[in-house]
Design a protein around this ligand. Structure first.
Ligand code: ATP
Length: 705
């Protein structure tokens, strides 16, 4: 039989402690705290291989019932809900698997809590030391972590300096934060690092100071089961700083990975043995229910990595609470990859009344409008207040829209779109400028609410949509109509409603709907009921956007089949712009631009030749041609070993590569299709280059119309 290890000794202490707790000498509040700590210890010990899976399962099985009986009890005398009130109500506000938990928390009262205010103050002090929050516990060499930074507020759970040193003596302990999460294998036993039960009796019964402090500071109790579905209120959570090891300085990344692997495995384990009731799963971050639903657990926890540290976002939130009118200020930056706006911020600015000029451009692009810091934008902030207009929208949908439909891609400039000069000029005039200067573009000059970009596939319609959003400082929502009809079966119209609601909160906004024909196709007998409902909802929303002069929402529809669009919808998409195949000059621009980023040796004449030979190619075809040609030098390596060759040994891309690429890459648009676009453009289009002129150009080989 194996000799008892350090951890097994801990476990027996642990169990002893548990039974002491159940002996009846502790107050329920003390029990509550202690049980939480124990749950964490089991999880932690298991995750760090201190105990086996089987052992963890057994422990959970044994204790889960008792824990959940207390945690979920409705009994006002003994239920855990009735103790440690602030934190527990905070925890209760989260969506979880236990319907017994009711939220009593308001965002106001969190910040009024004394301990929170103390922490805020401590956070300020901490910031003033100019140390990054991730330095809260800095692992020093040979795995020994430095003790807490001077000025860093200590957590109440460290009952003495000696205890904190013990913790500091373990790098793992440091990485997991305070002693609730202390590594069971640190030099002292688990039991010794626990806040002694007797000490908690010194604490006012309903306060559970240690818990509160942890929840309200960077060191919240850990999301050990960090699974959204498993979220609950009863176990404690460490802030996202520790989660997945992102923010805190972890001494061992591999340990974290091992941990997350185990975490997953544990779900299976818990499921199998029913060992861990839902109430044992971790709680969500301390935010209101509505707000938390936005976060999808993604961002909210990543804010505070150190105790007392308050991020700018949190500060903003506090400021907003103090000054509600601050919400009425315009957020000038682009939301297409721009500075994050809270939902609803900017809404209440009248159309032209308090116009705030857009911030000056920093990237040198043409307009003076918003910036396109695509990567600066993140998911919505759970800590920010939720807009009234989203009240009736399912939080799940809002979250989905914010994460998946709202585009955070890289910025697009007009120069990135080769050719289509007419469309670009028109769009600048009728859409971008009015969005930038709503005070000038009033009345008849007001912008259209819907435009249609039609033309062959791969000609840059999506690029144009992104560019509009980017250049006008608007939030860009991009969705394919077919996904509305197929992906969210039965929920399509709700999705449309949610999309417009979110867009309204994120004004100015551009809603780009690719394949809009599948959403707005002509009504027919065979039309599916759900498609009809989606279409109706879309038209209602589009009308709403059109009738409300205050709303600055532009719908950009894109289609390769304009002839299939319902006439009611067509009428609402007032500007219908043909985006044709690129002319010779545009094709040249695409080749030159792409080759400028590669190692190539094309002469001017050779580029001209490529342009001639690629007649009828779309922008996407041109891009594909260049990609294919760029593989030529690699293919010509032949005998050389790709694994060992140096980059310098790869020859530049040459004309010969384009010649062979032209043998495999063919135009994707047929001339028959082009005729259709031509006809439709003549009938419903709003001017621009027609296929006729394109054909004339074709006759003259140069296509330089
Ligand atoms: N005018 C253009 N200038 C530069 N690149 C272009 C142009 N048109 C297309 N491309 C290239 O082709 C790719 C696809 O373009 P995009 O998705 O905008 O076409 P689309 O017209 O929206 O196509 P679809 O109708 O199939 O959705 C772009 O990412 C870009 O690389």
């Amino acid at each position: 039989m194996e000799a008892p290890t350090h951890s097994t000794v801990h476990l027996s202490d642990w169990q002893k402690s548990y039974f002491a707790l159940t002996s009846g000498t502790c107050t329920p509040a003390q029990k509550a705290d202690e049980y939480r700590a124990k749950i964490l210890r089991i999880q932690y010990a298991w995750a760090n291989s201190e105990i086996s899976q089987v052992c963890a399962a057994n422990l959970f099985k044994k204790y889960a019932e008792k824990y959940s009986a207390i945690i979920d009890s409705d009994n006002i005398e003994t239920g855990l809900n009735n103790y440690a009130e602030n934190i527990l109500t905070l925890a209760k506000c989260q969506q979880n698997d236990s319907d017994k938990w009711q939220s009593a928390l308001t965002t106001d009262n969190v910040f009024e809590l004394k301990c929170v205010q103390e922490r805020m103050q401590a956070g300020k002090n901490f910031q003033s030391t100019q140390m990054a929050p991730t330095d809260a516990f800095v692992p020093a060499g040979n795995g020994v972590s430095a003790s807490a930074t001077p000025g860093l507020p200590r957590l109440g759970v460290f009952s003495s300096a000696a205890e904190s040193e013990r913790c500091a003596g373990s790098s793992k302990c440091a990485s997991w934060g305070p002693d609730l999460l202390e590594h069971p294998s640190s030099s002292k036993s688990l039991q010794s690092t626990l806040p002694p039960v007797t000490k908690t009796s010194d604490i006012p019964p309903a306060s559970s100071v240690s818990l509160k402090e942890q929840v309200h500071t960077g060191f919240q109790v850990t999301p050990l089961f960090g699974n959204k579905e498993m979220t609950s209120s009863s176990s404690l959570k460490m802030s996202g700083g520790c989660r997945d090891g992102q923010n805190l300085s972890l001494p061992s990344q591999s340990a974290v990975h091992a941990w997350s692997g185990k975490r997953k495995a544990f779900y299976g384990l818990a499921d199998k043995g029913s060992a861990a009731p839902s109430s044992l799963a971790p709680c969500q971050p301390p935010v209101s229910t509505e707000a938390s639903s936005f976060s999808g657990n993604r961002n909210g926890n990543e804010e505070s990595a150190a105790p007392g540290f308050r991020t700018a976002k949190e500060q903003l939130w506090v400021d907003q609470q103090k000054k509600p009118q601050s919400l009425h200020q315009r957020t000038p930056a682009s939301s297409y990859g721009g500075v994050k706006k809270s939902l609803g911020a900017g809404r209440s600015r009248g159309p032209f009344g308090k116009f705030v000029p857009p911030i000056p451009k920093q990237d040198g692009s043409e307009n003076g409008g918003a910036q396109c810091k695509a990567h600066a934008r993140g998911p919505p902030d759970p800590a920010l207040p939720v807009d009234e207009r989203l009240k009736n929208i399912e939080p799940k949908m809002v979250e989905l829209i914010m994460h998946e439909i709202m585009d955070h891609g890289p910025p697009v400039n007009w120069d990135d779109i080769a050719g289509v000069e007419f469309a670009k000029a028109t769009i600048k005039e009728i859409v971008v400028w009015p969005m930038l200067r709503p005070d000038i573009f009033t009345g008849l000059r007001g912008p259209p609410k819907g435009i249609l970009l039609f033309g062959p596939p791969g000609t840059g319609k999506t690029l144009i949509g992104k560019c509009i959003a980017c250049q006008s400082g608007a939030t860009f929502f991009s969705i394919s109509a077919s996904s509305l009809t197929s992906k969210w079966v039965g929920e399509g119209e709700k999705m449309v409603r949610a999309l417009f609601a979110v867009a309204r909160c994120q004004q100015p906004a551009v809603i780009f709907i690719d394949e809009i024909d599948s959403l707005l196709s002509q009504r027919g007998d065979g039309e599916h009921e759900s498609s009809r409902r989606i279409k109706t909802e879309f038209l209602v929303q589009l009308d709403g956007a059109t009738t409300s002069s205050e709303d600055r929402i532009l719908v950009v529809g894109a289609t390769n089949r304009p002839q299939e669009i319902d006439e009611a919808a067509r009428r609402r998409l007032v500007k219908r712009l043909y985006i044709p195949l690129p002319e010779a000059s545009a094709r040249k621009q695409i080749v030159t631009r792409l080759m400028s980023k590669e190692h190539s040796c094309l002469s001017e004449e050779e580029v001209e030749l490529i342009v001639q030979k690629s007649h009828g190619f779309s922008g996407a075809d041109m891009t594909q041609l260049c990609r294919e040609a760029s593989l030529g030098p690699i293919r010509s390596l032949q005998s050389m070993d790709i694994a060992t060759i140096l980059p310098d040994q790869v020859r530049p891309i040459a004309f010969v590569d384009f010649e062979s690429a032209l043998r495999t890459v063919r135009p994707s648009v047929s001339s028959k299709d082009l005729e259709l676009y031509e006809t439709w453009n003549q009938t419903f289009g709003c001017g621009g280059l027609s296929t006729c002129s394109w054909r004339r150009g074709r006759g003259s080989q140069g296509c330089g119309i």
